[in-house]
Write a protein that binds this ligand. Structure first.
Ligand SMILES: C[S@@+](CC[C@H](N)C(=O)[O-])C[C@H]1O[C@@H](n2cnc3c(N)ncnc32)[C@H](O)[C@@H]1O
Length: 340
């Protein structure tokens, strides 16, 4: 290329840069080459950004079902309806967002798999968690607002706990009078009750000979490592023992607040949620109506029920189907409801 042509090219590149267009190198399989050529004009058009994001989301969702066992864990709770498997989707949602979220709000926190991963991977400036269940709330309150002494007390009790049927029953049946003792009981209940179910009436996990089944659920060092990791993240995470609706209203007008909404699945008369959680009664219609007013981005998860699809349509949520392999290795379909 001669000097004039080179200069002309430089001028063209600077002009494009000023318009927000940059040169980028990508690797393309020959099978996809023609698609890339078709995509070229759209990649130059800023108005097509949103559609391209939706297109890639759809491609990702149609991919293989997510396997629960393959995702890294930060939560010390094994939680019924836990969303560890959704973390890759959350990553895409936040990384592809136009602006870095100033706040990720997870108001139905439970085991808080999403909020904790977002803080751990620094995908938002801050994470706000809330939960109504007093047992679960005690654990989060100690980890995120407790003193160092509270946290070392909790970790010591976990490490020194002698797992026998008698001791487990004693702790589960106790009525702690301090927050840290309640947090410890939460950990014991959560590890030892079937499926991690915290609601009244959940039986113990299969006990086996000499209570050996209980031991198989108790990984004290791992639990303590997770608690210590979360403690390290505590300046990025706020926890409040509050009703989700109240917390959502705090951020509803903030365009940079992102909401991850995972309520108990009780819409349309579904009963799964009512067995699993102490607090399971939600006014789902009111929740949809409230989330439709959010200025920031919203992701809600529900199981696939006609009532949920009806509400999504009525309140203008985009519906994405996610196939997932549950712990019984069956593929089930959950819905992600997105806005915008
Ligand atoms: C589906 S679970 C959330 C699971 C969570 N996403 C996880 O990954 O572990 C729903 C949670 O909402 C809580 N909950 C129910 N009603 C609530 C309310 N009004 N405000 C806050 N939390 C509530 C339940 O106690 C339960 O822990």
């Amino acid at each position: 290329m001669d000097a004039t042509a080179l200069e002309r090219q430089h001028r063209r590149i600077s002009r494009l840069k000023a318009q927000g267009v940059f040169r980028s190198t990508i690797l393309v399989h020959q099978e996809c080459k023609s698609v890339l050529d078709d995509l070229r004009p759209f990649l130059l058009d800023p108005n097509k950004g949103k559609q391209l994001v939706m297109f890639t989301e759809a491609m990702q969702s149609a991919a293989k079902p997510i396997n629960v066992a393959q995702v890294r864990q930060l939560s010390p709770l094994r939680y019924p309806g836990g969303k560890t498997w959704l973390v890759p989707e959350i990553r895409n949602w936040l990384v592809l967002a136009k602006h870095r979220p100033s706040m990720l709000v997870e108001p139905f926190a439970g085991g808080a798999m999403v909020g904790l991963s977002v803080a751990g991977e620094d995908l938002a400036d801050h994470v706000f968690l809330s939960e109504l269940d007093g047992d679960v709330a005690a654990l989060w309150a100690i980890i995120f607002q407790g003193t160092d002494e509270d946290v070392s007390w909790l970790c010591r009790h976990i490490l020194e706990f002698d797992v026998t049927l008698t001791n487990v029953k004693h702790i589960i049946g106790s009525a702690p009078d301090t927050l840290r003792a309640l947090a410890f009981r939460t950990i014991v209940k959560n590890r030892m009750q079937r499926g991690g179910i915290m609601a009244e009436g959940a039986g113990l996990t299969k006990v086996g000979e000499n209570g050996k089944g209980l031991l198989s659920r108790w990984y004290p060092e791992t639990l303590v490592k997770r608690i210590e990791a979360l403690r390290f993240l505590r300046h990025q995470i706020t926890f409040e023992h509050k009703d989700a609706f109240e917390v959502i209203r705090l951020y509803i007008k903030d365009p940079n607040a992102y909401f991850f909404i995972d309520p108990p699945y009780t819409a349309g008369g579904k009963r799964a949620g009512s067995r699993l959680y102490t607090h399971s009664q939600i006014d789902h219609e009111a929740l949809f109506a409230l989330m439709a007013k959010a200025k920031g981005s919203v992701m809600m998860t529900y199981d696939d029920a006609p009532e949920v699809r009806r509400l999504a349509k009525q309140y203008g949520f985009r519906v994405v189907e996610i196939p997932m392999k549950n712990t019984h290795h069956t593929i089930i379909r959950e819905l992600l409801l997105m806005k915008p």
